[in-house]
Ligand binder design. Sequence first.
Ligand SMILES: [Zn+2]
Length: 397
Amino acid sequence: MKTERLYFADAYLRRFEARVVDQRAEGDRQAVLLDRTAFYPEGGGQPADHGTLGGVGVIDVQSEGDAIWHVLEGSIAETAVTGEIDWGRRFDHMQQHHGQHLLSAAFEQLFRLSTVAFHLGTDYASIDLPGTVTEEQVSEAEWLTNNVVWDDRPIETRFLEGAELAAVPLRKPPTVDGPVRVVSVPEFDHSACGGTHPRSTGAVGLLHVRRRERRGSETRIEFLCGGRALRDLRSKTLIVGRLSADLTVGPDEIEEAVRRIRERETEGRKRLSEAVSRLLTYEADVLIVGAERIGGTPFVRVDRDDLSMDDARSLARELTARGATVALGIRGDRTQVIVARGVGSTIDCAAIVKRVLTELGGRGGGQPEIAQGGLADSATLSEALDRIHRYLRESLF
Ligand SMILES: [Zn+2]
């Protein structure tokens, strides 16, 4: 059964009458085959149309050879139905799709870069080009595309074959046999395409390239046309406005302001880390003075929630350099324990950590000189430090 594709003759047809000639189950949905349809089935990178058939929602449209199946949200029993296209969705697809033809033609003409893939999603559309594409090339292709849009040139669609087809300089050779549908913008682009296109290039409105991304051996160009372009630029204008107000600089000075903030932040971090390092040295001096001595060696127990793991290791280093054995617990995103021994000590820190943490449901290990591990529950940290202290006193290691 061949479905007549009404959108070939008139891409602006939104309402049509048709007959249901067959139906079947598509998962738990009903799908119907029509004798004629204005619904565009998914294909050539363009998503399927949505809309209604006999008042019931159409959620997917697929072609199988010449037959076009419409997947319904509910079910219909009648044979004669009125179809209605979700025009907002379709017109948006026409804008993106035709914008793609123009952008691909622009890259071809300006830089001999042939489009290798086209994607049209709900969020943005993209083309993939071979090799590296520079920002200047993007700029030039975008400018040429928009000039063709503003020229408002007519878009012609014709079925051609034989000598007539051979006479047309197609951007890409056709992939189908027999008559080929050619979409043309006079003196700019001729493409073999079964998609829906506006009557003239002006309907694309504006083509705006939003991103250029290197992907393997290709470059992906993300772009938006018409309403999508406007919405994207509108939201970015609001972002720039908010940043400009926050930073109390003009829009053109935002980059410079952010650069200065980052420089100050880097400098601030450096100074803070130097200050912390000096502070930890003093702290180690104070801790060692009041330390209990176990077997002639100072033992320092530390339980803190204000140290990073790096700071904790630095403090442990400062203390062991002063001959102390250290049991250091930190409470933060994770609860961790460090045990380290001073110069001359022969205790096995890895064995201590392993034993105590295992007893309390944690895990750890390391070297005889310094070992560390984590506890699943911060409530057990005190107990862990107590046990390390006790075992050391009782010379259980
Ligand atoms: Zn096309």
